[in-house]
Design a protein around this ligand. Structure first.
Ligand SMILES: [Zn+2]
Ligand SMILES: [Zn+2]
Ligand SMILES: [Zn+2]
Length: 451
C-alpha cells in the first residue's frame, strides 16, 4: 500500500467556508480483479480527524465566502444567457429579451420610498385622508431615507391584510408557473397559430430570481428571452419581436390568477399579480445592459428574507413567537402563517414549516432548461480544475486500471471548523482575501438594496 499523502491545508479545500461540513471516513481504491487495496485515504491524519467540506450555501447571511462563490457562478450563467459564453453562442444577444418584474398586489398601505427624477417623494401624502377604524391616519408626508426602519411598515397594522400577504407568498411559485404557460399561449395567439405550431418555431427561455420587499412579500425579477426552436443557438423567427414579447408578458401577467382553498371562517381568494409590471429590454449598450442585469439577479440569488426582519431559521414548537428578536411586522406575518397552517384545508401549503420565510417556499433562482449552462456544469468544470490539488490527488489518485473500485465511507461529524483549525480559521476569516471573487465576476457592478 502506498503512503498516504496528507493535504498541506485541508481548510483551504473548504474554500474559506465559515461553517464547513465535517466528514470522517475513508476512501479505498481496490483492484477489481485481485481485490488488492491499492490506495487508502483516511481522515485520521487530518487536523481534528475530520475533513472540512464547503457548505456551498447560496445565502450570504449564513456563509459569505460560499455565497460569494454562488453569486459569481450565477453572474456567469445569467450573463452567458444574455451575451453568450459558457457554450452559448454570442448571437443570443440579438434575440428579443426583456427584464421583467412581476410584483405582488397591495395588502394595505405601507411606508415606502419613491424617487422621481432624482428627487425623493413624500411617502403617502393624502390631504383628505380619513382615519381608519383603529384611529390611524392612512397618510404619511415624510420623505423616508433609504435605511428608515419605517420602510415596509404598514400605516395601520390592524388594517393590513396579513392573511392575503402570506397566501400570496405561498402561491407565488404556482402563479409564476401559470404565467409561463399563459405567456406561451399569448404569443401563439398574437402569432395566429396553435401552441404546437408555435413550439416548432419558437422557444421562450427565462431565468428568474425571487426578491423580498421590505413589506414581506416576494416578487419576481425575470429575464425572458425568445429563441428559435432549439434554444439559444437558433434564431427566433423574424415576426417574434421585442414588442410582441412585451405585449404578451403584459397580457399574461394581467390575466393569470389562482384560487386559494377555502376553510371554515376563511373564504377562497383569487390571487393575481400586482398591477405594476416593469418590463424593460436588455441591450448591450442601453440603460439596462447584460452586465447590470446579471449583477442584479446574482446579488438577489444570495439573499433570502433578511430585509424583512424575519428569522434566518425555521420556527420550532419550542419558540415563543412573542420573544423572538424580530420586527413586529414580521412577527404578525409569521403569526398569520402559523394560524393558517393549523387549518386542515390549507395543510398542503405547508405554512407552518415556512413561517420564517413568511409563507414562501419556492426556489430563489430558477431558470428554464435552455436558458444557458447550469450551476452544476459550472461547478463540475471548476472541480475538474481543482483535481490537481493535494487533497483531490489523495482522494482520486490517477489510476490506469479500468477495473479499480473506489469505495467511500463517510460519516457526518458535525458542522463548523474542526478544533485544530479554529485559530487558523479565525485569522483567515478576518483577512482581506477570504472572499475574493473569481476574476471574471469581479467587475460586476453592485446593485440596489431591498426596495
Ligand atoms: Zn460555507
Ligand atoms: Zn411613510
Ligand atoms: Zn386600521
Amino acid at each position: 500500500m502506498p503512503t498516504i499523502p496528507i493535504p498541506a491545508d485541508p481548510a483551504r479545500h473548504a474554500g474559506g467556508c465559515m461553517q464547513p461540513v465535517l466528514l470522517r471516513g475513508r476512501v479505498d481504491h481496490i483492484d477489481g480483479a485481485t481485490g488488492e487495496l491499492l490506495h487508502r485515504y483516511t481522515t485520521v491524519h487530518e487536523p481534528g480527524g475530520v475533513l472540512p467540506v464547503a457548505c456551498k450555501t447560496r445565502r450570504a447571511s449564513r456563509c459569505p465566502p460560499c455565497a460569494e462563490v454562488y453569486r459569481a457562478d450565477t453572474y456567469q450563467l445569467i450573463r452567458a444567457g444574455l451575451s453568450g459564453g459558457k457554450g452559448v453562442p454570442a448571437t443570443v444577444a440579438q434575440h428579443p429579451c426583456v427584464f421583467a418584474t412581476l410584483t405582488a398586489p397591495s395588502f394595505g398601505p405601507v411606508h415606502s420610498r419613491r424617487e422621481k427624477d432624482g428627487r425623493i417623494l413624500r411617502c403617502r401624502p393624502r390631504r383628505r385622508s380619513r382615519d381608519c377604524p383603529h384611529g390611524n391616519t392612512l397618510s404619511c408626508r415624510q420623505r423616508h431615507s433609504r435605511d428608515d426602519p419605517l420602510l415596509g411598515e404598514p400605516l395601520c397594522p390592524d388594517c393590513y391584510d396579513y392573511t392575503g400577504s402570506v397566501l400570496f407568498n405561498t402561491s407565488a411559485p404556482e402563479l409564476w408557473r401559470r404565467f409561463t404557460i399563459t405567456l406561451r399561449r399569448a404569443l401563439a395567439r398574437q402569432a395566429g397559430m396553435s401552441g404546437t405550431a408555435l413550439a416548432a418555431q419558437l422557444r421562450v427561455s427565462y431565468a428568474k430570481v425571487a426578491e423580498y420587499q421590505r413589506r414581506g412579500v416576494v416578487h419576481f425579477h425575470a429575464i425572458i428571452r425568445l429563441d428559435g426552436p432549439a434554444g439559444p443557438a437558433t434564431a427566433p423567427p423574424a415576426w417574434a419581436t421585442l414588442d410582441m414579447l412585451t405585449g404578451a408578458i403584459v397580457q399574461a401577467a394581467s390575466t393569470v390568477h389562482l384560487e386559494t382553498p377555502a376553510a371554515p371562517g376563511l373564504p377562497a381568494r383569487t390571487l393575481y399579480w400586482g398591477r405594476e409590471h416593469d418590463i424593460r429590454p436588455v441591450t448591450a449598450t442601453g440603460d439596462l445592459t447584460d452586465a447590470k442585469v446579471a449583477a442584479y439577479v446574482a446579488k438577489y440569488a444570495t439573499k433570502a428574507a433578511e430585509c424583512t426582519g424575519t428569522l434566518d431559521r425555521r420556527i420550532t414548537p419550542a419558540d415563543r413567537l412573542a420573544d423572538l428578536p424580530i420586527r413586529e411586522h414580521a412577527r404578525r406575518l409569521i403569526a398569520a402563517c402559523l394560524r393558517l397552517g393549523r387549518l386542515p384545508a390549507l395543510s398542503g401549503l405547508r405554512l407552518t414549516a415556512w413561517a420564517h420565510m413568511l409563507g414562501f417556499r419556492g426556489h430563489f433562482s430558477t431558470k428554464s432548461r435552455s436558458y444557458s449552462t447550469t450551476l452544476s456544469a459550472l461547478r463540475a468544470d471548476r472541480a475538474q480544475h481543482q483535481r490537481d490539488s493535494s487533497l483531490a490527488a489523495s482522494l482520486w489518485p490517477v489510476s490506469d486500471s479500468e477495473t479499480t473500485l473506489v469505495i467511500a465511507h463517510w460519516q457526518f461529524a458535525g458542522q463548523g471548523p474542526p478544533p485544530a483549525l479554529l485559530s487558523a480559521a479565525a485569522i483567515r476569516l478576518t483577512g482581506p482575501s477570504s472572499s475574493s471573487p473569481p476574476k471574471e465576476a469581479s467587475h460586476a457592478p453592485a446593485s440596489a438594496d431591498c426596495p
